[in-house]
Design a protein around this ligand. Structure first.
Ligand SMILES: C[S@@+](CC[C@H](N)C(=O)[O-])C[C@H]1O[C@@H](n2cnc3c(N)ncnc32)[C@H](O)[C@@H]1O
Length: 257
């Protein structure tokens, strides 16, 4: 399965398996990343519960701090690791607390760096997707996790319009959470697999604006019929709402498999 993961990563047309290309990708995205991402209140609440009593948290691929910052009050020492200086610049601009240190470093380097100590909890949220050597990455994260390793991912399902667009193009989203679950199990650390439900809502002044965002390769009437179950109309315009699951893979270090 590690070979299949590597092949999947290397086949991505974006070429982001090359860390320099991934850093360049995030340089272009950083300024508007937060605006395009859903808030994850249920996931944050769930994670806070799991972090109770942890003395340190390492967030691998912390990005703009979407999760690091709301989790920081729960842990006395927080390290936000990311190889994108642009994503970390957004995090720093939000005025993180003094007990949070941002560390601009690639995970591959960090895993060989003796100055990065183990942390009670290690979190990796949507940050492993373009790492070809999954065995090395997960083995390293397990080594750094004193108590809990928490990996967040999707499992083949995204927003309704992206699901449909990918279905129509014959390129379904990878089931990364299931793949990561199998990988951790193969390494002798089968995780608890939790699903936390979140909701997303976008509003549009009119249907052409909604269709422009959805970019479905269908006649307008068919595209609208497909999205109709998720649409309501009121004085503010069209509300497009859906729910989705955040998959959390939780390895308790020291627990018997
Ligand atoms: C999809 S974003 C997720 C950010 C954040 N965890 C969140 O949930 O909003 C992925 C982040 O992982 C970082 N990343 C990807 N590969 C990395 C690597 N090999 N080493 C360090 N950071 C990496 C990217 O720079 C980016 O900021």
């Amino acid at each position: 399965m590690f070979a299949a993961w590597a092949a999947q990563v290397r086949a991505a047309p974006s070429g982001r398996a090359d860390p320099a290309r991934d850093v360049a990708f995030w340089a272009r995205q950083a300024a508007h990343y937060d605006a395009g991402q859903p808030a994850l209140p249920n996931t944050v609440a769930w994670l806070r519960g799991r972090l109770r009593g942890a003395r340190s948290l390492l967030d691998v691929g912390a990005g703009t701090g979407r999760l690091t910052l709301p989790l920081a009050p729960a842990v006395p020492l927080v390290t936000a690791l990311d190889h994108s200086p642009d994503m970390l610049a957004v995090l720093r601009a939000k005025g993180p607390p003094a007990h949070l240190s941002a560390r601009c470093q690639g995970l591959q380097d960090a895993l060989r760096d003796p100055t990065l100590p183990p942390h009670d909890a290690v979190l990796s949220a949507w940050s492993l997707a373009y790492l070809p050597d999954l065995r090395a990455a997960l083995s390293g994260l397990l080594r750094l996790s004193g108590r809990d390793l928490l990996i967040l991912e999707d499992d083949g399902v995204g927003s309704p319009h992206v699901n449909l667009r990918r279905h129509l193009s014959g390129q379904p989203r990878p089931q990364r959470a299931s793949q990561l679950n199998a990988a951790l199990s193969a390494l002798g650390h089968p995780p608890d697999h939790h699903r936390v439900q979140e909701a997303r809502e976008l509003t549009f002044p009119d249907l052409p604006a909604l269709l422009a965002q959805a970019r479905l390769p269908l006649p307008d009437a068919e595209a609208l019929a497909a999205l109709r179950p998720h649409l309501t109309h009121d004085g503010a315009g069209w509300r497009y709402r859906w729910t989705f699951d955040v998959h959390v893979l939780h390895v308790r270090m020291g627990a018997r498999p």
